[in-house]
Design a protein around this ligand. Structure first.
Ligand SMILES: [Zn+2]
Length: 68
């Protein structure tokens, strides 16, 4: 009797504290500007463009929203 164990672990992405600080953001719902910036962020991430990532994330963080 053969036991076939396929342990396929998903690639572990280490959440870096610094990365979270620089590139972390909460995407607000219903904001077209931030949605566009989110798209820019993802594009920059694909290109490993850390500067573009930082700019997009920082713009999202600083985009004013009415909070109630
Ligand atoms: Zn916004």
């Amino acid at each position: 009797m053969t036991t076939r164990q396929t342990t396929q672990e998903p690639p572990v992405v280490l959440p870096g504290a610094v990365d979270e600080y620089l590139y972390g953001y909460t995407l607000p719902k219903g904001c077209g500007v931030c949605a566009a910036l989110d798209g820019q962020f993802k594009q920059a991430k694909k290109k490993r463009d850390s500067d573009g990532m930082f700019k997009a994330a920082s713009e999202i963080r600083h985009h004013p929203h009415k909070s109630r």
